[in-house]
Design a protein around this ligand. Structure first.
Ligand code: SAH
Length: 353
């Protein structure tokens, strides 16, 4: 049993190769590919138009083991947080965020995280492993179905803002996005997908070289090295100058604006110099700013700045022609908001399956 391989770890070409070796026609592998991705079957036996002997042969060598929603919590604002049970018993979280116009899936890319951002709950969990492409794909498909069941509406947006750093699981995240966007998969528009990163310059350049069509968001939180390093240790090895250079390259190659995610904390990044540094960076890199509300994770060092400070940021950015959004949090009452994933659940504790 444990010797079996994951059928969804095969590329389209791999699968065609298997069918060629078995002397089966090409269209059979297309049918199987359609079942395992677009139709999202939960087991090999469910592929109805595939001959019995092929099903038996596939079943001998491969498995399909989809994720399962282990615990579903609903917020008073409609947000739904799912504990996602993976095939080895580890758990991550994914969130459905409904608004008037959108149904957004916020998905995880790693079990835990290794980056240690001081203000993020996920950082308290050590990184256990990367998610496989099918585990990422399943979160999207399941939330799409959840949107239909709960709101009668399909998924409109996907954000890689759940647990983990997507660019530290580069290949699997890109493979998942390929399946999500290709016509043989979910045929979802890449323009409606946003990958959020802590800001890894080498990987940002690689995205640009790979000519990806989705949007890029960078968790900035400060445009000053000393301040940013104090809250995001990654800034020591990837300081702002290097990050800026990679974002220049991204814009040169893609011609698409970057979104900076930014939380303003009392006494940390609430001074005139902080605003000036952010404005300077935004004038240099074609970008927009999302000022995100801070979601408490039980650490007294971090307090959301007052409204006056947020207004000052907004005013200065607007004055300089930078578009800025002030984002209210969703799902706070169930710890489903940004940075709260894993706050109070027994995430990353292995379950027997
Ligand atoms: N590793 C990726 C994606 C996960 S975090 C990244 O760093 O971008 C998703 C977003 O939530 C990031 O912008 C992150 O900085 C932000 N975030 C983390 N903790 C938060 C908190 N407690 N309150 C508000 N936003 C937070």
């Amino acid at each position: 049993m444990s010797e079996k391989k994951n059928l969804r770890s095969l590329s389209k070409e791999d699968l065609q190769g298997v069918f060629r070796d078995w002397g089966e026609p090409n269209f059979r592998s297309d049918q199987v590919y359609d079942w395992i991705w677009a139709k999202g079957v939960k087991s090999i036996e469910e592929m109805r138009n595939i001959p019995k002997q092929i099903i038996a042969r596939l079943d001998e060598i491969y498995f399909i083991r989809p994720i399962a929603f282990d615990n579903i919590q609903k917020s008073s604002d409609g947000t739904i947080k799912n504990a996602v049970l993976l095939r080895d018993g580890l758990i991550v979280e994914s969130v459905l965020i409904p608004t008037d116009k959108r149904i957004t899936a916020c998905v995880s890319s790693q079990v835990g995280c290794s980056l240690n951002c001081a203000f993020c709950a996920t950082a308290k969990l050590k990184r256990m492993r990367n998610l496989d492409p099918d585990e990422i794909y399943d979160q999207v498909l399941s939330i799409h179905n959840q949107g239909i069941q709960n709101f009668g509406r399909p998924l409109t947006n996907i954000v890689f803002m759940g647990m983990g750093e997507p660019l530290m699981n580069y290949q699997n995240v890109l493979t998942a996005i390929k399946k999500i966007t290709e016509p043989e998969g979910l045929n979802f528009s890449p323009r409606r997908i946003t990958l959020s990163t802590v800001g890894l310059p080498k990987m940002i350049k690689r995205l640009a070289d790979d000519k990806v069509k989705f949007n890029l968001a960078v968790s900035l939180h400060s445009a000053r090295d000393d301040i940013r390093s104090a809250v995001m240790p990654i800034n020591d090895s990837a300081p702002i100058a290097e990050l800026t250079e990679s974002l220049d390259y991204w814009y040169k190659m893609t011609r698409r604006k970057i979104t900076f995610e930014y939380v303003v904390w009392k006494g940390i990044n609430d001074k005139a110099e902080d605003i000036k540094a952010l404005v300077g960076l935004c004038k240099r890199i074609p970008s927009k700013v999302n000022l995100i509300e801070y979601n408490a994770i039980g650490d007294d060092r971090f307090q959301q700045a007052d409204e006056k400070t947020i207004d000052a940021y907004q005013f200065a950015l607007n004055q300089n022609g930078v578009s800025v959004n002030v984002r209210k949090s969703r799902g706070k009452d169930i710890d489903a908001a940004c940075g709260q994933l894993a706050n109070k659940s027994d995430i990353a504790i292995s379950k027997e399956i």
